[in-house]
Design a protein around this ligand. Structure first.
Ligand SMILES: C[S@@+](CC[C@H](N)C(=O)[O-])C[C@H]1O[C@@H](n2cnc3c(N)ncnc32)[C@H](O)[C@@H]1O
Length: 304
């Protein structure tokens, strides 16, 4: 198979995506998002941004979200809030309550919001990814509405206290106009107060080839080889992703070619401000520290 016969991004891989992500600590991302919000809101209430105001997080912080077999996936909890986990929605029982998981994929983070008591909706452009998300929600008895939509054309009958988008999903919006339009659409879908939390790969990640990864061990849940090329002129990174999966004793091979754009911090801030966001905070991923020149992933918290 050649790149020209590659599947559309996040189509062929959809049925295997959760196997591929089996080492990804979504629960940590969930805790981190809550910590970011508490940190930023604490700051708004007059506390210095340098003083983290968040529950003590137990265990190791998440590393770069590569497939690491060492970390076990979270246990499937019940919808009851677990002891020692996230205890209450932020701000007592009032805010945020309603959440949109934008570019939700197969719904792994979406479900964590749901089982922790938030009202959550998921949106993704890939019908096969949403099919997986719906299948899981149905099997688990979770009432999560899922929509197939392009994030740049977001149009839902609800507004939300919080919109999240994780795992560099928005780097996939490679046209700056569409990226800016997505931020505008998100703004329109936020309540007041409302927050948009999202992460992006930085140019540093592309230049340093952080997408170049392989998992070729025979018994790996999904074997893969990813190779990337970054063009600093266009700021586009093209990633050729080869996959091998075992299905009923047979090996299936397929290719997806993904493209991501590197958005500079200045670009993102100016687009967020143009969309109407009144405050923008950027963090070196998985910390409460500011961005630095070696940050390979950035988390933004934009407030409406
Ligand atoms: C790396 S996956 C992350 C999925 C999920 N957020 C997670 O953490 O598992 C990126 C997701 O972004 C979605 N995506 C890419 N471009 C999109 C767009 N323009 N609108 C909506 N979803 C998009 C893909 O279909 C894919 O499900």
């Amino acid at each position: 198979m050649t790149a020209s016969s590659a599947s559309e991004p996040f189509h062929a891989v959809a049925p295997y995506y959760d196997r591929l992500m089996s080492g990804i600590p979504y629960i940590w991302w969930f805790h981190y998002i809550e910590a970011l919000l508490m940190h930023v809101m604490g700051h708004l209430e007059g506390e210095p941004l340098g003083e983290p105001k968040h529950p003590k997080l137990e265990g190791e912080p998440p590393g770069e979200p590569k497939t690491t077999a060492e970390i076990s996936p979270p246990q499937k909890p019940s919808r009851e809030r677990s002891e020692g986990g996230i205890s209450e929605p932020l701000g007592g029982n009032s805010w945020p309550r309603t959440v949109l998981d934008l570019c939700c994929g197969t719904g792994n983070l979406t479900e964590l919001f749901y089982i922790n008591g938030y009202q959550v909706v998921g949106v993704d452009i890939s019908a096969p990814m949403i099919e997986q998300a719906r299948r899981k929600a149905h099997a688990d008895g979770y009432a999560i509405p899922y929509y197939v939509q392009d994030a740049a054309d977001l149009e839902l009958p609800h507004t939300f206290d919080l919109v999240v988008s994780v795992f560099d999903s928005l780097n996939n919006l490679i046209e700056p106009d569409r990226f800016a339009q997505c931020l505008q659409r998100v703004y329109r879908h936020l309540n007041m107060p409302g927050a948009f939390v999202f992460d992006l790969n930085t140019e540093y990640a592309f230049v340093h080839k952080m997408f170049d990864q392989s998992e070729r061990r025979r018994y790996a849940p999904v074997r893969y080889r990813w190779r990337s090329e970054y063009d600093p002129t266009t700021r586009l990174c093209t990633i050729r992703m080869e996959f091998w999966v075992n299905e009923a004793g047979k090996e299936r091979y397929f290719v997806e070619v993904h493209r991501q754009r590197a958005y500079s911090d200045a670009e993102v801030r100016s687009m967020l401000q143009a969309a109407g966001f009144r405050k923008v905070h950027a963090f070196d991923a998985y910390t409460l520290n500011p961005l630095h020149r070696r940050s390979d992933r950035v988390f933004y918290v934009a407030l409406r």
